[in-house]
Design a protein around this ligand. Structure first.
Ligand SMILES: Nc1nc2c(ncn2[C@@H]2O[C@H](COP(=O)(O)O[C@H]3[C@@H](O)[C@H](n4cnc5c(=O)[nH]c(N)nc54)O[C@@H]3COP(=O)(O)O)[C@@H](O)[C@H]2O)c(=O)[nH]1
Length: 732
């Protein structure tokens, strides 16, 4: 014992219990404390009630031995206060009393004591009572702890049940509202015993049509059949995925579904969960992508890929049936002009309308495809007679002849068609397309607006064309171009009023090549603007040279191609040619072909006005061959028209041609336009013209196109019909 108010340090074993002894008598404290410590109890002491209360609250002893008679608050009051304090209420209190009055003992119990020991102590009695109450206290504690545990367990179980119920509700809600169709099927019987609304809607409006049915009975309304064997397969493999089931609900609504089946065990049975995922959007996107991959976006026609595929199939079929397949390659004439002058928007609309017209010419089994630009292909699958192809080609060309009305523009195009036939012109799609392409170029080179069947000889022409294409690049570099000049003569007196500059190519091997061969090539290769600028400059320089040599000034007519007009900056080119040559603009005449001016637009008129503002004159070439000549004459700021030589060739023999020429001449006169008759070759034609009101003519009767140095001779003297072939002409 360290001091009277301290702690008796007893055996510090793990199970040692603590007893608080409250007594004002130090002797009692010492005796009781020593006795208890000897019996392995921890002992704390307090010498009055108040101190005892503090120690009890702080130390939480297992038992309190409390003297009754103490100064300050007595034992009864101390006990009452201990019981009133929740922190100390459960600590058993044994009174130590010398009192023998039974009332005091009753008072002790009433105050909350559990027992009493009479003084003087019998040590065995003290220990027996202490042990008994400690054991009771332990039992009480254990019971309390067990009760608390039980209560906690009950509470935990209750909350688990609640949360299980909540989870079930949540799962049900998830099941009901899942966007995927979910269906529970008995693995043994195939019976559908549960299905969410999404699953039901894939088969029917009414759940009764689904629940209780066998899964394969439902599958009867799906295009994909699901049988008993498949159910067993799903059970055997656990998880099975089906990529695309086509389900048809009542009312015919089709759902494409990706289906996953999962098999699992429940308490009562083996269940197959069917998960139907609606993949309609994905299927639509796939279909759209497939369509886009196989069709031309602008016209909706099959593209090259689809055409090649269909052509391959048609060839395979024809090989079996012994029939023919025809491929028509169609290229639009003048499309580039329209695209350049009116813009891509109008060009696109024109191509769409062409596609519509092609569709209207063909049977269901035929294919019209667009390869790109203005290139179309028509595939005739089963051709019984060779003549059928000509009929279709004629129909297509006829359909393209009618005017196209696109955004207030009346447009005229035509087409050139090349035809190849399986098996004679090619055994496979690639060869057939190549042959048709070759034939199409032949059609273009032979006047356009026609169709040509492929012949092996065309390959040679194509090869020549290829060679020329290679050579013409060198021609630009090596300066192999030259100009010839064909005089234009006044009918009155036969003096030369002007010359038309005509381009020639001095090919190093082939000699002089005519423009009808290479100008389309220059246009095709995009070189015409560059070469045209050279022609303009050269023609102007030559005109100035003749004048400087003392010849009277004459008109210099220069041909312009559509590409020069629309793609290049023709106004700038003309201004430059005039500037570098020093030529007076009044002597320069620009010849526009009627096909060039078919784009009757503000753009065309503006360019013409800008050219006129430079001081040059404008003439309309090949007049009478176009589509709307009269409207051109009214709207365009022209100075002259040139009557196409096709009319002149027939004027002496064909009354109709003579009437047309007469009409054109009086029209020109009424509009105040000059007139040149082209292609005058015979005296009959000349005599006819003399009877008309035509002022000038041009043709082989007077002169072929001449080299520049030979023109000088005819400039000083009037030339007449007798001079045919005089001088060094382009045909020499
Ligand atoms: N863009 C450019 N085009 C040009 C240029 N140079 C010529 N051309 C065009 O090429 C086409 C063919 O021209 P060409 O072979 O020179 O033929 C011209 C004459 O030789 C021919 N002609 C003249 N008189 C007669 C005749 O009595 N009979 C007959 N059969 N042919 C004759 O006509 C051509 C001139 O015609 P045109 O131009 O319509 O006045 C031709 O379309 C040229 O335009 C060039 O530099 N740029």
């Amino acid at each position: 014992m360290s001091d009277m108010s301290g702690t008796f340090l007893a055996d510090a074993g793990a199970q040692v219990q603590t007893i608080l002894v409250i007594d004002d008598n130090p002797v009692n404290l010492g005796v009781v404390g020593e006795h208890l410590e000897d019996n392995n109890y921890n002992v704390t002491v307090a010498q009055d009630g108040m101190e005892g209360l503090r120690r009890a609250e702080l130390g939480q002893p297992d038992l309190i031995l409390l003297d009754v008679m103490m100064p300050g608050i007595d034992g009864f009051e101390t006990c009452r206060r201990l019981k009133a304090n929740p922190l100390t209420a459960e600590i058993p209190v044994i009174f130590m009393t010398a009192l023998t009055d039974v009332h005091d003992k009753v008072a002790a119990f009433q105050a909350g004591g559990v027992d009493y020991i009479s003084k003087p102590f019998q040590s065995e009695e003290l220990l027996a009572r202490v042990r008994t109450h400690l054991s009771l206290r332990n039992t009480q504690r254990n019971l309390a702890a067990r009760n608390a545990r039980l209560e906690m367990e009950i509470a935990a179980r209750h909350s688990a049940e609640v949360s299980l119920k909540r989870t079930e509700v949540s799962y049900r809600r998830l099941f009901e509202t899942a966007p995927d169709g979910l269906m529970l099927v008995d693995a043994q019987t195939g019976e559908v015993f549960d299905a969410n609304p999404a699953a039901v809607s894939m088969f029917s409006h009414d759940p009764a049509d689904v629940l209780g049915k066998r899964i394969w009975e439902l599958a009867g309304s799906a295009r994909t059949t699901f049988g008993e064997a498949m159910l067993q397969e799903s059970v055997r493999r656990g998880i099975v995925k089906y990529d695309d089931w086509e389900l048809i609900a009542a009312g015919g609504v089709t759902t494409h579904a990706e289906v996953i089946t999962r098999t699992y065990e429940t308490d009562q049975r083996q269940v197959v969960l069917f998960n139907f995922r609606n993949i309609n959007d994905r299927k639509e996107a796939e279909a759209r992508i497939r369509y886009m991959a196989l069709h031309d976006a602008l016209t909706g026609l099959p593209n090259r890929t689809l055409l090649t595929d269909r052509l391959g199939q048609a060839v395979a079929q024809a090989r079996r049936s012994g029939q023919q397949v025809a491929v028509m390659m169609l290229d639009l004439d003048h499309f580039k002009h329209i695209n350049d002058s009116l813009g891509h928007h109008v060009g696109d609309m024109l191509l769409q309308t062409v596609a519509d017209r092609l569709r209207s010419c063909l049977r269901e089994c035929d294919t019209a495809a667009r390869l790109g630009g203005d290139e179309f292909v028509i595939l005739l699958g089963d051709v019984a007679h060779a003549g059928d192809v000509d009929v279709v080609a004629g129909k297509v060309l006829q359909a393209l002849k009618g005017a196209f009305l696109i955004e207030q523009h009346q447009l005229h195009i035509g087409g050139s068609i090349g035809v190849s036939t399986f098996p004679q012109d090619g055994e496979d799609p690639a060869k057939l397309l190549r042959s048709a392409d070759t034939a199409m170029y032949d059609a273009k080179g032979n006047g356009r607006g026609i169709h040509r069947h492929f012949t092996p000889a065309m390959n040679e022409a194509t090869m020549r064309w290829q060679e020329l294409a290679n050579d013409i690049h060198m021609a630009c570099v090596n300066g192999e171009f030259t100009l010839y000049y064909q005089p234009q003569v006044a009918l009155d007196g036969y003096h030369v009023t002007g010359v038309e500059a005509l381009l020639r190519w001095n090919h190093p091997v082939q000699g002089l090549v005519l423009p009808s061969v290479f100008v389309p090539l220059l246009e095709e290769l995009g070189l015409i603007v560059e070469v045209g600028d050279w022609v303009l400059e050269q023609a102007c320089r030559q005109n100035v040279a003749w004048q400087r040599a003392g010849h009277p000034p004459i008109r210099m007519a220069v041909n312009l191609s559509a590409q020069q007009f629309y793609r290049g900056d023709i106004v700038k080119s003309v201004r430059r040619a005039l500037a570098v040559s020093g030529m007076d603009p009044q002597w320069l005449e620009l010849e526009l072909t009627e096909s060039l001016t078919l784009d009757d637009t503000e753009v065309t008129i503006q360019i013409m006005n800008d050219l006129k503002a430079l001081g040059v004159t404008l003439s309309l070439d090949d007049f009478g061959t176009g589509w709307s000549s009269l409207s051109y004459l009214r709207r365009f700021p022209l100075d002259r028209i040139k009557i196409d030589r096709t009319f002149m060739s027939e004027v002496a023999t064909e009354p109709n041609a003579a009437a047309v020429v007469q009409g054109i001449l009086s029209l020109a006169q009424n509009l105040g336009l000059g007139c040149v008759a082209e292609g005058v070759e015979s005296r009959e034609q000349l005599d006819y013209l003399k009877r008309q009101i035509c002022s000038e003519m041009q043709g082989f009767l007077f002169s072929r196109p001449l080299a520049a140095e030979d023109v000088a001779q005819v400039l000083t003297h009037a030339i007449g019909p007798r001079r045919i072939g005089d001088g060094r002409s382009d045909r020499d």
